[in-house]
Ligand binder design. Structure first.
Ligand code: 76R
Length: 249
């Protein structure tokens, strides 16, 4: 058997995609809409507090295109915390005016392909912990997609030796590093949790950098030979004022 990559795990992640039922929202009376927005704003304020206390992080983006209208990306310490958030949200008045479009459950993951084995407990290393429990940035744009690594006859990632995988991941990391300062990437592992093996979440102020990065990676062996991709979601940051603006009818 080949040597499995060692992974470190951090916060659990829930990408919760919702669509807004606009006809129902428009048909609701002013008071009902005000109550719904107030509840939603309370949630946003609660999530901000969790962020400030560094007990988790939440990002809210509107989605462009018909796959969904909004994504709430939550990072929390446990799966129970994530479950609690989605259930509490589902009980709000606002949720009555949304439908569930898609969701993704995973956990922030770092692998040892490129890690310098500096010795010691990595969980004691503040740089490692900051990557496993990241504060989500307030970049203008988000891009999310799930992916697998192929298990196909001669193109079976899981049959390659550690050295072969390491060298391909090195090239992958080099391309990624070329986007430092332009794209922030969070890789979440989802083997055993959801339908694909990883979630890829990218943040950038210039959405074109998503296209450039993903395109460049398509030519790199690990993506070209082994990458299998699910649906792509791309969106725009919703801060409190723009979320309230979005809901104005
Ligand atoms: O963690 C690190 O920064 C070390 C290098 C590194 C690893 C181990 C790294 C760097 N990635 C790693 C692992 Mn990545 N990454 C993707 C995608 O669209 C595609 O073709 C692939 C989707 C993108 C866009 C991306 C970006 N990466 C992984 C893994 C787990 C693999 C495994 O365990 O087998 C996946 C699935 C994956 C996919 N990667 C980077 C980036 C970027 C931008 C970097 C540089 C990050 C930095 O240096 O800050």
């Amino acid at each position: 058997m080949n040597e499995a990559a060692l992974t470190l795990e951090g916060w659990y992640a829930l990408h919760d995609f919702r669509s807004i039922n606009w006809p129902a929202w428009k048909a609701a009376d002013e008071e009902e809409r005000a109550v719904a927005l107030e509840e939603l704003n309370e949630f946003l304020a609660d999530w901000d507090q969790v962020d400030e206390a560094k007990q988790g992080s939440t990002a809210v983006y509107s989605i462009v295109g018909q796959k969904a209208d909004v994504v709430f990306m939550h990072l929390r310490e446990t799966l129970e915390d994530l479950n609690e958030i989605e259930n509490a949200f589902n009980k709000t008045t606002f949720a009555k005016y949304t439908t569930k479009s898609y969701s993704y459950v995973s956990v922030v993951e770092l692998s040892n392909y490129l890690a310098a084995s500096g010795g010691g407990d990595p969980m004691e290393n503040p740089h490692v912990v900051a990557r496993l429990k990241p504060q989500l940035p307030k970049s203008r744009h988000i891009c999310f997609y799930p992916m697998n690594k192929k298990r196909d006859l001669s193109d079976n990632w899981y049959m390659l030796s550690m050295d072969e995988r390491k060298s391909m991941m090195q090239s992958h990391g080099l391309i990624g590093r070329g986007y430092a300062g332009k794209v922030k990437q969070i890789i979440t592992g989802s083997v055993g949790f959801d339908d694909w093996e990883w979630g890829v979440t990218l943040f950038a102020d210039d959405a074109l950098q998503f296209k450039k990065l993903v395109y460049e990676m398509r030519f790199d062996e690990v993506s070209a030979r082994f990458g299998e991709f699910g649906p792509f979601y791309v969106g725009n940051l919703l801060d409190h004022p723009s979320l309230n603006q979005l809901m104005k009818v």
